[in-house]
Design a protein around this ligand. Sequence first.
Ligand code: 6PG
Length: 249
Amino acid sequence: KVYNFQSGDLVSQALNHFIEKKSAEAIAKTGRFTVAFSGGSLPKTVAKYLVNNKAIDFSKWHVFFADERCVPLNHPDSNYALVKTELLDKIKAGRLVAIPEDQVYALNEKFASNSENAAEDYEHQLISAFVGKSTVRHPVFDLILLGMGPDGHTCSLFPGFPQLQENEKWVTNIDNSPKPPPSRITFTLPVVNNAHNIVFVTTGAGKASIIHEILDQNSKEYPSGLVSPTRGNLYWFLDNESSSKIVSH
Ligand code: 6PG
């Protein structure tokens, strides 16, 4: 489903309602809400209204990172630091019930200088959070929130890179990311595609051409075009700039 809004602010408002609904549905069914964030502009866009949403039971949230940069958690490049500043700290400041710290699954800093070990450790964190719950071969997230780069990458899955072929691992690593910083860990495509809900949040004119190719022409040339849910739903939340070249939706 493609949702198109006149401004980035309206995207944030719509995401707030959408996430409230998905969170309530998951909590009613399973007692918790498992959500993964990407980096870039996404955490800020998602968090804008969400942090004041008193209808959400944040104490039941389990927060993960769809990709993470291999840097210390207080580093300006850390996706954890970004989500902490934009979301976790603001929820805590504004309300009584915060997201419990042991339900936030951050990169293990011990492995910040070795992306392979960091990926393996993060996969173990996922296993401990999912195995015996909803999971069979790959974890089933309630919601994975994705951004898309101007080259069509998503998570830290870049065009033409071998990480796109990974079918076994849940989390893999990259040491030569074309987008800095070079060393990262990332969910693999089977994990992304296994989620109940996958949401792309893309704003700005820089992404309009690729969005046209993916949504109108079904292009599989870009990692974002390879996101295709096996069991769940795929949503695009777009502003008027990023959707300006779409013709068929
Ligand atoms: C990262 C991201 C990456 C990001 C896109 C879009 O950590 O770098 O997870 O996949 O979401 O590059 O970034 P923007 O929203 O800033 O364009």
